[in-house]
Ligand binder design. Structure first.
Ligand SMILES: Cc1cc2nc3c(=O)[nH]c(=O)nc-3n(C[C@H](O)[C@H](O)[C@H](O)COP(=O)(O)OP(=O)(O)OC[C@H]3O[C@@H](n4cnc5c(N)ncnc54)[C@H](O)[C@@H]3O)c2cc1C
Ligand code: SF4
Length: 382
């Protein structure tokens, strides 16, 4: 194995986390190396962008996502069930390659509710202790107020389009009526509703609900963020999930964060570098580096580092901790341990509708906008 020169900060995974962390550390003069298992994607000049409408290549064969024929995840519904590999990932499509999953995400950009941060206490006070006794749900230790400035920063960096419902405590009828306090409105107005969104909105309002536009990282118009990074306006092409955005309107690490640090002498993106395990000094309780393999040659490297940041999404992050013997693995039988505990995936629902007398252009839409296949104009009860 080849031992490399020590670096100050090594980030495992070249996606959203790598972009956000590098944006802070590189201008502050820290030496940052990102190790990404997949290939480099230059995003713009690269061959990927002009071919995005090739649905077979990027949509069906999923050119931007983890390849399950090489590496997949296993699933058990009960501890005594045999764990089987998932051979076809469908809704769940982890990132692969520089940029990560945030390159082919949709851009639905919600803030959590104030009660989400104190969920256990909230449910206990509302429904009694017994209601949550069997659940592993817990309070975060942080409150919404602690994070509000960071939500605002993120929304400004990512040019979020939306209609605020509660700015500095002043309620706005067009926005989300349950929205927690926010210090600023969204930087961009909401996306235009498609016809199906307008129909949904009218029907929901008629029933006494309060429909509102979903906050979207699909820019409703051209936008320059506080770092001086530029977004184009969404073309409603419907190619958000699984694709890069040809109009540069979908916010991502690749178009807003990584260009800020690329080319700087204290930043390096090393693609095709698959981290296999962390080097952990158990006595000192310190991670001293990583072992990675060049994904093209299989050759292994030891990369020492003063600080290692895990930014390879929750599955890899957890696996690296388990393989390296860091922390206590979660045991569902006893409830003890935290590594691997409480992974949550989203639960969404959709309806298929048919109108004999209307032609709805279902191909028009954006990742965070109502459209036929993904009716996402949200409605909440009065
Ligand atoms: C199809 C899809 C749609 C989504 N839509 C939304 C949405 O609308 N709204 C929303 O809020 N979120 C959405 N998400 C989730 C969002 O994209 C992720 O939460 C976010 O990208 C996570 O950031 P991350 O830095 O943890 O991981 P990622 O951005 O995925 O980056 C992780 C990187 O680590 C790399 N990596 C993994 N293992 C290793 C290893 N061993 N060595 C080196 N590198 C490794 C991967 O290749 C990847 O590039 C969506 C996700 C997907 C897949
Ligand atoms: S729908 Fe808009 S944001 Fe999404 S890929 Fe098309 S142009 Fe980009």
């Amino acid at each position: 194995m080849i031992k490399l020169k020590e670096r100050e900060v090594v980030i495992v995974g070249g996606g959203l986390t790598a972009g956000l962390v590098s944006r802070r550390l590189v201008p502050a003069g820290r030496d940052v190396l990102v190790l990404e298992r997949g290939p480099e994607r230059a995003g713009g000049a690269a061959e990927e962008l002009p071919t995005q409408r090739d649905d077979l290549r990027w949509g069906t064969h999923r050119g931007l996502t983890q390849r399950e024929n090489v590496e997949t995840i296993t699933l058990r519904h009960k501890p005594n069930e045999q764990s089987l590999p998932m051979r076809r990932l469908t809704s769940f499509l982890p990132g692969y390659g520089v940029g990560g999953a945030i390159s082919h995400w949709n851009g639905q950009t919600w803030r959590f509710q104030t009660t989400d941060y104190v969920l256990r206490s909230h449910l206990e006070s509302r429904y009694g202790k017994a209601s949550v006794a069997a659940l592993s749900v817990q309070d975060w230790g942080l409150k919404y107020e602690d994070l509000e400035p960071y939500y605002t920063l993120f929304e400004n960096l990512f040019g979020i389009s939306g209609e605020a419902g509660n700015v500095k405590g002043v309620k706005r009828p067009e926005g989300n009526p349950f929205e927690p306090y926010r210090s600023e409105p969204y930087p961009l107005p909401p996306l235009e509703a498609t016809e199906v969104g307008l129909m949904f909105r009218a029907a929901a309002a008629k029933l006494g609900y309060h429909p509102f536009a979903m906050p979207a990282a699909n820019a409703s118009r051209a936008y320059k963020n506080p770092d001086g990074m530029q977004l184009g306006a969404c073309q409603y092409c419907g190619h958000c999930e699984r694709f890069l955005c040809e109009a540069n309107a979908k916010s991502s690490s690749m178009n807003l964060l990584l260009p800020l640090v690329r080319g700087k002498p204290n930043f390096e993106m090393r693609a095709n570098a698959e981290v296999l395990r962390l080097q952990y000094d158990k006595a000192a309780k310190r991670v001293t580096g990583v072992i990675y393999a060049d994904a093209r040659t299989g050759e292994e490297y030891e990369q020492p580092a003063s600080t290692v940041v895990l930014g390879a999404y929750v599955f890899t992050n957890t696996r690296l901790l388990l393989l390296s013997g860091i922390g206590r693995p979660y045991d569902p039988a006893t409830g003890q341990g935290v590594v691997g505990k409480n992974y949550c995936y989203q639960t969404t629902s959709a309806v298929q509708v048919f109108f004999e007398d209307k032609y709805l252009n279902p191909f028009m839409g954006a990742g965070a906008l109502a459209r036929l296949s993904q009716l996402s104009t949200n409605t909440v009860a009065k």
